[in-house]
Design a protein around this ligand. Structure first.
Ligand SMILES: O=C1O[C@H](COP(=O)(O)O)[C@@H](O)[C@H](O)[C@H]1O
Length: 243
């Protein structure tokens, strides 16, 4: 964790998600006329965020200017309960006026390697670049219990040196294929928000925040935007072991 990293702690997951939703509103309103590219995280944590975006900001966020992407996706059909797209579709895209052409999903039903290549090309042809690396305006990340982020797992730390935008990675326990952005794309974002809630994340959060030796094995520790900002939005249970 560097000195420029901000850490915001809230009593409950709902407050965490309300704060992130307000930031998204502000960021998108502050860039009038421009498109705004957001990469979403998967897993369970963003569900509350999607509900709040719909409930509180349906009429105020300029949905037509936001393009939605994913930091990672499970290689499953879009109808699967495990699909990160399905979660966002059920709780956000079917509830707010996002133009369908602004939704850039990873096609989890395609052969994984082909899809990683196709998604990398779609990113390259749609986003602006800094150097040769695409720039997301905002990437929202989660933290797995094992310290993974996006689908960069602890056994794949070399993905922070990878030259491609996207690769296929396997979940270490289930072997499930995932398509994930690589470290160079994550760390080239203009902003990264970590959204972390729950006591089960407390140990990993404390290792990262305290710069413990153990953190060096955790992919989330290597999230450090080179030309952007990093904010951790955490609830009190997840922050409870920070010393
Ligand atoms: O597998 C995944 O896990 C992480 C964390 O998920 P959560 O359920 O603990 O919120 C998530 O950020 C990642 O995108 C996802 O595919």
């Amino acid at each position: 964790m560097t000195a420029s990293t901000e850490v915001k702690i809230y009593p409950k997951p709902k407050k965490v998600c309300k704060a992130v939703a307000r930031e998204i509103l502000k960021l998108t309103q502050d860039s009038p006329q421009q498109r705004f590219d957001i990469a979403l995280s998967g897993g369970n944590t963003p569900k509350k965020l999607f509900k709040i975006l719909e409930k509180k900001h349906k009429d105020t966020i300029p949905w037509d200017r936001i393009h939605f992407w994913w930091g990672d996706e499970r290689c499953v059909p879009p109808t699967s309960e495990e699909s990160n797209f399905k979660m966002a579709n059920d709780f956000l895209f079917t509830q707010v006026p996002v133009p369908p052409q602004n939704i850039h999903r990873v096609k989890g039903e395609n052969p994984p390697e082909e899809e990683a290549k196709r998604y990398a090309e779609e990113i390259d042809s749609s986003l602006t670049h800094r150097g040769e690396v695409p720039v997301f305006d905002l990437i929202i990340l989660g933290l797995g219990d094992d310290g993974h982020t996006a689908s960069i797992f602890p056994n794949r730390l070399e993905l922070f040196e990878e030259k491609r935008n996207c690769v296929v990675a396997q979940h270490p326990a289930s072997g499930q294929n995932r398509v994930t952005l690589t470290g160079k794309v994550l760390n080239n974002a203009s902003r990264i928000f970590f959204l972390v809630t729950g006591e089960n994340k407390a140990m990993r959060v404390s290792e990262i925040m305290n710069n413990d030796e153990a953190a060096k094995l955790l992919p989330a520790y290597y999230i450090e935007p080179q030309n952007g900002s990093l904010i951790w939005f955490i609830d009190e249970p997840a922050a409870s072991k920070i010393t």
